[in-house]
Each structure stands twice: as structure tokens, then as C-alpha cells.
Design a protein around this ligand. Structure first.
Ligand code: ATP
Length: 205
């Protein structure tokens, strides 16, 4: 049975934190591919157009043969829900053990995701620790255990592990904010992404 990991997100824009997380996942659990899934229409977010986000994702991941960008959410109208993505990907890649890559902030909200209890048990969770309020790795682990316990109290048993990445404070919102105030984003995003943003004048208004 092959092992694949899904990395879903808005990627508005993709930044080097995302790339570091995906590369770490690839080696930490020896998955064959990382399937990047940009949300078409994420709940609770206003974003740059799907076409722009997709193009930046393609540009940033093109050098790594183990990275695949999936259009699975583009083919499904309406709000993008993670469980539908996994169900659709299961049909495309049968006989697969699935991993789902997620940042600590998003993982904390898993119990409230649409059909989150079902989804939680359909894959293994690879959690990227994230600087939210000055967390250390030990605190990130504690937060994950709390989520695990919360779900266990409702008879939902999950498998998870923390990704071994250095805590990085970069986020897409930081990048958008820097562009807005005309500061450099060099080295925070892959160079083709920086050039694409400049060429299309993204995030400046
Ligand atoms: P925004 O700042 O707009 O909310 P973001 O930087 O969180 O965006 P997303 O595309 O929403 O980027 O993130 C996709 C996934 O990657 C989410 O699960 C998010 O938690 C995770 N993630 C993004 N940046 C980091 C980071 N620096 N450390 C750990 N996880 C991250």
C-alpha cells in the first residue's frame, strides 16, 4: 500500500514555511508524494483568485518531483470541505494510506470542522508546530494531546505526530501585510512567487 500526504490550504500566497513543512513531512514519514490542494473557495476567507494562487503554487513546487498540485477542489463547486477532498482523492488513488498535513492552529479547530469526527479517523495527522502565542515544541505537543483527548471523549480515536520543523513565524497574512506597506518579501517566498506577485501587482491594495 502506498503512502501519500495531503497538504490543503489557501496558499495566498505559498511561503517558505509551507515548503519547509512539506519537505519535512516527505522525509519524516517517507510518503511517496505530497499532494498540495489549494482551496477553491475556503470557508471564512476572502482570497486572491484561485488562478493566481494556483500559479504561484505551481511555480514554487515545480522543482520537487515528489510534489504534486491537485485541482480536485477546483472541480467541485461550492465551499471546499476537507472531507470531500479526501473522499475524492481516495477514488483517484485507491489502496493508499493517507496522511494530512496541518498547522497547529488549524489542527486545534479539527473537532469543529465539517464532518470533522469522520475525517479525523480517515487519515494520520502530521502537525506543524506554529508560533501562535510564543509556544515551544513541548507546548505544541500538549495542545495536540488536548485535541486528541477532546476527540477521545467523543469516541473518536486519532493518530498524529508533530513534524520536526523549526518554529517559523512566517504566514501568508504577514506576506500580504508586508506588500501592503511596500516592504520586501524576498526570502519569505520562493523567488518565482515574488516575481509573480510583482508582475501581477497582487496584494498591494
Ligand atoms: P493566513 O496567514 O492567510 O491565514 P497561512 O500562512 O496560515 O495563511 P494557509 O494556506 O492558510 O497559510 O495554510 C495552510 C496550512 O499550513 C494550514 O494548516 C496552516 O496552519 C499551515 N501553516 C502555514 N504557515 C505555517 C507555519 N509558519 N507554521 C506551521 N504551519 C503553518
Amino acid at each position: 500500500m502506498q503512502q501519500l500526504a495531503i497538504f490543503g490550504g489557501t496558499f495566498d500566497p505559498i511561503h517558505w514555511g509551507h515548503l519547509l513543512i512539506a519537505e519535512t513531512a516527505l522525509h519524516q514519514v517517507s510518503v511517496k508524494q505530497i499532494i498540495w490542494v489549494p482551496s477553491l473557495n475556503p470557508p471564512h476567507k476572502q482570497t486572491a483568485s484561485f488562478e493566481h494562487r494556483l500559479e504561484m503554487l505551481k511555480q514554487a513546487t515545480k522543482d520537487n518531483p515528489a510534489f504534486t498540485v491537485s485541482l480536485i477542489e477546483a472541480n467541485r463547486p461550492g465551499t471546499s470541505y476537507a472531507i470531500n477532498t479526501l473522499i475524492d482523492l481516495c477514488a483517484v488513488y485507491p489502496n493508499t494510506r493517507w496522511y494530512w498535513i496541518v498547522g497547529l492552529d488549524a489542527f486545534q479547530t479539527l473537532p469543529r470542522w465539517y464532518r470533522g469526527h469522520e475525517l479525523a479517523q480517515m487519515c494520520d495527522w502530521l502537525i506543524a508546530p506554529r508560533l501562535l502565542g510564543g509556544e515551544t515544541i513541548a507546548q505544541s505537543e500538549l495542545i495536540c494531546k488536548q485535541v486528541e483527548q477532546h476527540l477521545a471523549n467523543q469516541s473518536v480515536i486519532i493518530r498524529w505526530q508533530l513534524l520536526h520543523i523549526p518554529l517559523v513565524g512566517v504566514s501568508s497574512s504577514l506576506i500580504r501585510q508586508l506588500i501592503h506597506v511596500r516592504q520586501s518579501i524576498r526570502y519569505l517566498v520562493a523567488e518565482p512567487v515574488r516575481l509573480y506577485i510583482a508582475a501581477h501587482n497582487l496584494y498591494s491594495k
